[in-house]
Design a protein around this ligand. Structure first.
Ligand code: SF4
Length: 389
């Protein structure tokens, strides 16, 4: 482990750029990752620590950083793991990190903080340092903007309660969907005790807070390094959406990091991550059930088609829905129709009969050709337009 003295807090921040690569935090997680030179061992740029995120408070330049990049744990995929000898480690005192954030915020470079950390002297001690940092930012610097705070594995109930008073969003990364998968990824983490139980506590605490002051709860999974399947990941996501009011599950396709035990494992295709997000939104926003989705024999979603279309190809192609009679829930099953499109159809139906694709386009269905295989208009299948080329 390399440790050296870097006097200026802003200089120190430049060593945290890898956080942006591994910690999705906004609404477009794939866009948060900087394009990296493949041979670079560690990112060293303040720019890479500042990510433009769509937060619950709008689009913001958010500083993503850590209290320390040293860690006593040895998660097999992580660039900050113990024993990754060439990694420069930097550690902030809460005062210094809060001050650096304040300087950046006053310069207009950032308006939001995502704070994570490696673990030194246990999750409780580390969580205290993170809480102290945010307390200083909130109290001494009177910053009332966006803060996303990570909860450390093993942190205490009262620490989570304090984090939820200070932050707009908290995340507790489960990393994998079962105890066995977590063991294979991160042998010093305890899935049930250190991680899952903390999400349940966070949900309990959240319900005691006044509406409007309830931070959202998110989690992250590392996808595909240890045989985890989409079925496992989505089943747990569904459980958390329903039982712990999880706001969002992030799925990070595994990418091998040099000088880690997983450096020779193949990278997971970004398309798998994309399909997981599509399926996850169906569970969260469209009230789908994971059992309705089609999985291949290996437990993964099809990559060649999105999960909604895969379902519609089986269930609607031979039983198309009559646009004038379908319920909102049924309309939402049609590929190309989302909540806004379904609402527009329901409104338009009150004005008269929808008989052709031009009417669908006029009310806001952006790709009417996409819906053609699955609907009836005026009791008939609409004509399929042949591609021009
Ligand atoms: S706890 Fe694991 S994932 Fe987190 S910084 Fe340490 S080694 Fe990395």
């Amino acid at each position: 482990m390399q440790t050296r003295t870097i006097p200026d807090a802003l200089d120190k921040l430049t060593h945290m750029g890898d956080v942006t690569l591994f910690e999705p935090a906004g609404d477009r997680p794939q866009a948060e990752r900087p394009i990296r030179e493949p041979k670079r061992y560690q990112s060293r740029s303040l720019d890479e620590c500042i990510t433009h995120l769509t937060t619950p408070r709008g689009k913001k330049p958010v500083l993503k950083t850590m209290v320390t990049t040293a860690c006593e744990k040895d998660c097999y995929y992580c660039p900050f793991r113990a024993g990754r000898a060439k990694t420069d480690r930097v550690t902030f005192r809460p005062d210094d990190l809060a001050g650096a954030f304040d300087r950046l915020q006053h310069k207009g470079a950032v308006d939001g903080l995502f704070l994570s950390s490696g673990i030194i002297k246990g999750g409780v001690t580390t969580q205290d340092k993170m809480l102290d940092t945010v307390e200083i930012i909130r109290k001494r610097y009177a910053y009332s903007g966006y803060v996303h705070l990570k909860i450390m594995p093993g942190s205490e109930y009262d620490q989570i309660a304090r984090a939820m008073q200070l932050a707009d969003r908290i995340s507790l990364n489960l990393e994998a969907p079962t105890q066995a998968r977590v063991q294979a990824l991160a042998p010093k983490k305890d899935f049930d005790g250190d991680l899952l139980e903390r999400i349940q506590w966070a949900n309990q605490i959240r319900q005691t807070l006044p509406p409007g002051q309830r931070p959202s709860i998110v989690t992250q999974f590392v996808v595909g390094a240890v045989g985890d399947t989409d079925l496992e990941l989505l089943s747990l996501s569904q459980r958390l959406y329903r039982q712990a009011r999880l706001q969002r599950a992030y799925y990070s396709a595994f990418h091998p990091i040099a000088d880690t035990p997983f450096e020779h494992l193949p990278a997971v295709a970004p398309l798998r991550e994309h399909r997981l997000y599509q399926a996850s939104f169906l569970l969260r926003d469209y009230a789908w059930d994971v059992e309705e989705m089609s999985f291949a024999d290996d437990g993964n979603l099809r990559l060649d088609v999105d999960p909604k279309q895969a379902w519609a190809d089986v269930h609607l192609q031979h039983n198309p829905l009559d646009v004038m009679k379908a319920s909102r829930e049924e309309l939402l099953r049609i590929p190309g129709i989302g909540p806004r499109g379904a609402a527009a159809i329901l409104r338009a139906r009150k004005q008269g009969t929808l008989t052709d694709l031009a009417q669908l386009r006029a009310i806001g269905i952006r790709a009417p050709q996409r819906v053609v295989p699955y609907i009836l208009l005026d009791g008939h299948r609409p004509p399929q337009q042949l591609p021009l080329f």
